[in-house]
Structures are given as C-alpha cells and as structure tokens.
Write a protein of this length. Structure first.
Length: 209
C-alpha cells in the first residue's frame, strides 16, 4: 500500500482555504500555488538520504550533512504543475526539471500524453512529480507509468487537493509511490471535478476560466 500523507500544517490549511475562495484573484492564486507546493515539498523531502561531507568553516574544519546521490528532479505535469515547480525550486534551486504534458479528454476523462522531456540522468534521481489536483487519478497514474517505463524508480507525487477516488486509483496502481496531499476533499462530481475543490487549477492559475 502506498504511503499517503495528508498535510495538517496550519499554514497549508490556511493558504488552501484562501485558494478555494471564488473571489481570490489570479495573481494571488498563482502565488499561493507556489507557496503551498513549497510547504508540501518541505514535508515530502523530510526523509531524503544524507551523506557526511567535510568542510571548513571560518573557525574550523567540521563534518556536515548534504543530500546524498544524484540529488533531485522536479517534474510538473503541464500546464498547472508549473507553478508548483516554481515553489519547490525556491527551496532547492539546483534541482533539475523535467516536464510531462497530459490533457484530459473531456468525454472519456482519460489522460492523453502529448509531451515528455526529462533529464538524461533522471533514473538516478529522486523524482518529485507535481500536479495541483488529484481528481480521477488518471493523469497521475499515466505520468507515473510513463516515468517507470523510462527506468525511474524513486518517485513521490505531490498535489494540493485530492479526491478519495483519485487516491484509491493511484495507490492501487502504484503502491510503491509516496503521495503527499495538501487537502483531501469529499468526492468527485459527475463532471469529474473535486468537491468542494477550488475549480480548475490551470484556468485559475493562468486566468483562462
């Protein structure tokens, strides 16, 4: 069974509450996406492996900790995941970035892939796959499957809002992937939108609603 972590930090809950408001402006919504993603990422990166490294401070030599291995890679699902990636890069600006393009067919609600570009050494890195919404779970499932086909094994999925249906689908399909959720909502409506949700994240980020 996947490890599913629903955030309970007061700052995350407060900021998501503002994002849910219909009256929140595009500018403010966009900023909040980055801020909440950064806070979720802080929790999701808690158990990254560390290694000792000897350095010299202005006073003396000492041994410090640094993230071990080939480090990190952030992979947003286009287009809405881009601003989540911005928040994550604030904390780890040296992380590499990949992109996966998926859109949801409005009739079947199934994801359709149209783009994938990853760093050459992505299979050696800790991958943080990000998308604001985990609704039906189709896009996240397809993106993780795509990553695995490219030999990537260390994958964590981060989202702002999730529906129980999407969590169930994702954890059944990928029990080896840790899932980090800003807020777990009630259900999906007949159109596949999360209730109460916050609307279409991509439209609200880019002002295209």
């Amino acid at each position: 069974m996947s490890n599913v972590y629903v955030m309970d930090h007061p700052l995350i809950q407060h900021k998501i509450g503002i994002m849910r408001k219909k009256s929140t402006s595009t500018k403010e919504f966009r900023a909040l996406v980055s801020e909440v993603a950064m806070l979720i990422y802080y929790e999701a990166s808690r158990n990254l492996p560390l290694a000792d490294k000897e350095i010299e401070t202005p006073i003396a030599k000492t041994v410090v900790k640094e993230i071990a291995g080939k480090k990190l890679c952030v992979v947003p699902i286009l287009r809405a995941g881009m601003h989540m990636a911005d928040g994550i890069l604030t904390l780890t600006p040296n992380a590499k970035v990949g992109h996966i393009g998926l859109y949801r067919d409005e009739k079947t609600l199934e994801p359709v892939e149209y783009f994938c570009k990853l760093p050459q050494d992505a299979s050696e890195r800790e991958i943080f796959l990000v998308d604001p919404m985990l609704a039906t779970g189709g896009s996240a499932d397809a993106a993780i499957t795509l990553l695995k086909r490219r030999g990537i094994k260390k994958i964590r999925f981060l989202c702002l809002i999730a529906a129980p249906e999407g969590v169930e689908k994702l954890t059944k399909a990928h029990p080896d992937v840790d899932v980090y959720i800003g807020a777990l909502d009630d259900h999906l409506n007949e159109k596949g939108y999360i209730v109460p949700g916050l609307g279409d994240a991509g439209d609200r980020i880019y002002g295209t609603k």
